[in-house]
Ligand binder design. Structure first.
Ligand code: HXC
Length: 520
């Protein structure tokens, strides 16, 4: 065998060894926990044969606790570039079989390198996280590594889409990077996110809690909103990441790819003419309105189980990617509260950062009042949503279906926040508040003074009817030019698509500034 052949053989052997990460025993242990390895995950995520691995031979430089005697090529993270549906993505996948995927300084250098490349080349970054946090043996170097990753996440924010999947127990620094990215996925029963685990919680606060209740996928998908998706298993998680990408552009300078559809732009849906119940306090299914107006009824909902009183997600309309924001009258009557405002504002800001037009469907009775909301800073969180809509310069099309009252009316993509095209259904009520509240404020004393119960009822009804006639319709707003048109519900798809078509070259700039100061 020639020296060259020998060298090649050594390379092949070294690659094979590197591909085994922490070794077969630990790979088996990973499988027994119902988890895939980093490389198996990347193989499922990326187009077959597209993965170009980088830094396969990087090793840690730690010499504490005998670490100088234990090295693994690649050091706990697999990084590189590949394609999904033919589109380039930069990826990293932490390898739990190497020191529990814990983060060393060299690992962070590998991750930051591909993030730099993603930014320069304008392609999304996908991180598959499975890590015990900062590598304890490295001390401050591991913390510095996390700091570097966070700084890269911050720089990349709004430049390229950043997606995080949590595919194991992630603690400490391992949870902050995902929190800085645009979308987070968790896998039910095998992934956890917490600052620190149950044992430390017990010692610090005395609280008894297990991993699932502290930071399981269901908890973060429904209570905290830290994750946008809680997948049933890793396969579903990776498939949903691919689906999400299909709605997104590669970077902030591009538009999302158009998707071919046979769904006619001028398709009308008579069902929508009958969907609003006669009783204004009765709910109807906002999801079916969305399904009716978007291409092929295909709606990709984000944050499905968090703050269900507002619905956000992506769809296509005549092949163009759009972000849909809709109040949900089926949950808390579609009221805006702290969580709905957080959810809505983050989504609107993402759409604006990545050139995705925003279609807003309004049926909102107002903001939720009360001490719980006030103490939780509903004013500041509501202001976030207001801010997000007001600063968004992408095409904004708003349709008011039914209620649109008070501050919530202004927030939800109103004309005053420089929405481009605002339509209303004939059932729209655009007013400071509903008739019950308004009559109480304006005529409460007069009604109270009436002693005859029959007359009291009559007077109340009369005042309500007067109020309803004056305000509870879309025409006051239409007369003043606050909405462009009152449309027949069945035509909504066609009218929104047409608006999006004539807004497609919209170019608008906000005053030059270093950056804004978003309410917290
Ligand atoms: C070094 C680690 C490690 C870590 C795990 N390992 N976490 N090595 N540093 N942080 C190693 C283990 O020693 C073990 O090595 C292997 O990974 C697998 O770990 P196990 O404990 O056997 O696995 P499991 O039972 O599944 O438990 C996983 C775990 C647990 C829940 C992640 O290991 C754990 O609690 N780790 C510490 C989590 C933590 O508190 N991290 C916070 C770090 S501080 P062997 O050789 O036996 O296979 C931090 C601050 C950053 O991150 C702050 C930035 C803002």
């Amino acid at each position: 065998m020639s020296i060259q052949q020998e060298n090649i053989m050594k390379l092949v052997e070294r690659r094979e060894k590197a591909r085994l990460g922490g070794g077969l025993k630990r790979i088996d242990a990973q499988h027994q926990k119902g988890k895939y390895t980093a490389r198996e995950r990347l193989a499922m995520l990326l187009d077959e044969g597209s993965f170009e691995e980088m830094d396969m031979f990087v090793q840690h430089r730690c010499t504490n606790f005998g670490m100088e005697k234990s090295h693994t090529d690649g050091d706990g993270v697999v990084t590189g570039v590949g394609t999904i549906g033919g589109r380039i993505v930069y990826v990293y996948a932490q390898d739990f079989t190497v020191s529990g995927g814990s983060l060393s300084k060299t690992m962070s250098e590998k991750i930051c390198k591909i993030m730099d490349m993603a930014m320069v080349n304008g392609a999304p970054v996908i991180g598959l996280n499975d890590s015990g946090g900062a590598r304890i043996q490295e001390g401050i170097d591991a913390l510095a590594g996390y700091g570097d990753i966070f700084q890269h996440n911050i720089k990349a924010s709004g430049v390229v889409p950043q997606i995080s999947a949590i595919m194991g127990p992630c603690a400490g620094g391992a949870v902050y990077s995902p929190a800085l990215t645009d979308f987070t996925f968790m896998v039910k029963n095998t992934s956890y996110m917490f600052l620190t685990g149950p044992a430390v919680v017990k010692s610090v606060t005395g609280e008894d809690v297990d991993q699932e209740r502290l930071g399981g996928a269901s908890v973060h998908a429904s209570k905290s909103g830290v994750t946008h998706f809680a997948s049933e298993n890793e396969e579903e998680c990776l498939a949903d990441i691919k689906r999400l990408l299909s709605f997104l552009p590669q970077n902030n300078m591009e538009e999302a790819p158009r998707r071919a559809t046979n769904d006619l732009a001028n398709r009308v849906d008579d069902m929508l003419n009958d969907i609003i119940p006669d009783n204004p306090n009765k709910a109807y299914d906002m999801h079916s309105v969305i399904a009716s107006i978007v291409d092929d009824a295909d709606f990709f909902e984000i944050h499905k189980n968090f703050a269900k009183n507002i619905i956000v997600g992506f769809a296509h309309m005549n092949g163009r990617s759009v972000g849909i924001v809709a109040n949900n009258p089926g949950v808390l009557a579609g009221v805006l509260d702290i969580n709905a405002s957080r959810k809505g504002s983050r989504f609107v800001r993402f759409c604006d950062a990545f050139n995705i037009p925003i279609v807003t469907l309004v049926d909102v009775p107002g903001f939720l009042p009360g001490t719980q909301q006030e103490y939780g800073a509903v004013i500041s969180h509501g202001a976030k949503l207001l801010f997000a809509y007001g600063e968004a310069t992408v095409p904004k099309v708003t349709v008011t279906l039914r209620k649109s009252y008070g501050g919530a009316h202004i927030v939800m993509g109103s004309k005053y926040l420089e929405s481009d095209v605002n339509y209303a259904w004939p059932s729209a009520n655009i007013a400071v508040m509903g008739a019950d509240g308004a009559v109480g404020v304006l005529y409460g004393k007069e009604i109270k003074a009436e002693e005859d119960p029959e007359k009291k009822k009559e007077l109340t009804e009369q005042k309500k009817n007067e109020y309803n006639d004056l305000f509870c319709n879309p025409y006051q707003a239409a007369q003043k030019g606050y909405i462009e048109d009152v449309i027949e519900p069945r035509n909504t798809r066609f009218r929104v698509i047409r608006a999006l078509e004539f807004l497609q070259n919209k170019h608008k700039e906000m005053p030059a500034k270093k950056h804004d100061n978003l309410p917290t």
